[in-house]
Design a protein around this ligand. Sequence first.
Ligand SMILES: [Zn+2]
Length: 394
Amino acid sequence: MRRSFKFLLRPTARQAAALTACLEDHRALYNAALEHRRTAYAKVKVSVRYGEQSADLKHIRADDAGGQGRWSFSSQQATLRRLDKAFRAFFDRLKAGRTPGFPRFKGKRWFDTVEWPKDGDGCRWDSQPEHPTATFVRLQGVGHVRVHQHRAVRGTVKTISVKREGRRWFVVLSCDDVPAEPLPTTGAAAGIDLGVASLVTTSDGEHLDNPRHLAASADRLAAAQRDLARKKRGSRRRRKAAARVAALHGKVRRQRLDGAHKAALRLVRDYDVIAHEDLRIANMTRSASGTIEAPGRNVAQKSGLNRSILDAGWGVFLTILSHKAESAGRELVAVNPAHTSRTCARCGHVAKENRVSQAEFHCQRCAHVAHADVNAAINILRAGLALRDVAQAA
Ligand SMILES: [Zn+2]
């Protein structure tokens, strides 16, 4: 498995200045290489290739030993490759008949990462292993920078990146061959229903991550978006409104991630097998019918929650859940969600009248009463276990 680990750096004042210079020089390199490509393209419609720019790097470094020459050749190549990628995307979009914007110069606030593509090449993770308590990462031109390593790194370190976020610096390690950490088996299985009032409801009747705070942020986001739409283009007020929308987007994203991580962790700890709705099928059904199938989903509209926020939330959650399940050796089963919300989990009677309200299920045949999401989760578990039996028999 490939995984990344992110740690706060604790540079000395001198190292912080060097990190800033390193980032600035990589940005200057990026912009100079971009200028080169722009000119060539504008004058003679020629596209400069990565190989040529990488070859030029040698001269640039030799001519500027105290500047560009200080940094790792490989990290500079990585920056040139980043530009190359932007150009490829540009030309791909051109070919597809669209009118993409030409790759842009990076302003100070738009360039925050330097990557060293290979541990040991201009950089070294854990560069002072003999130190009794602290961990260091060595970066060419910066020195041995202290790392606040709050957790163990596993697997083989492949790439090392340094990222500036506000006034803080982070190191991000991308590791290969990270071993799985199987959890002890519990002998338990669960079905989960993904919803609005709770992100997850289990077949055991538990509600995980009640995203009320997320709903509140989402409401504020919707209001901010409406506000932004009313502002005049190019005005100072519009810039302020846009900044607010961006900040709220970030907040919603962080809250969603946090809730999803916690809920997923609980599930993989408690259950060996977890059955969930297949979202691809759920979305197809939804768009095909033109309406939202399950009555439970209607709260989204009632509460003014942005649909796309919810959809993205479920997708993000299932992605996180699948990573954690893989690492813990747990099994996920995706089932077709059709009728899971209107089928009685006790007698199997299928009728949309069974679903009395968003939260209440009341079977019209056997009078079974349950929380609607719990009833759905039990149906999902049953469908998941049946699928699993079929797969094992085959
Ligand atoms: Zn029934």
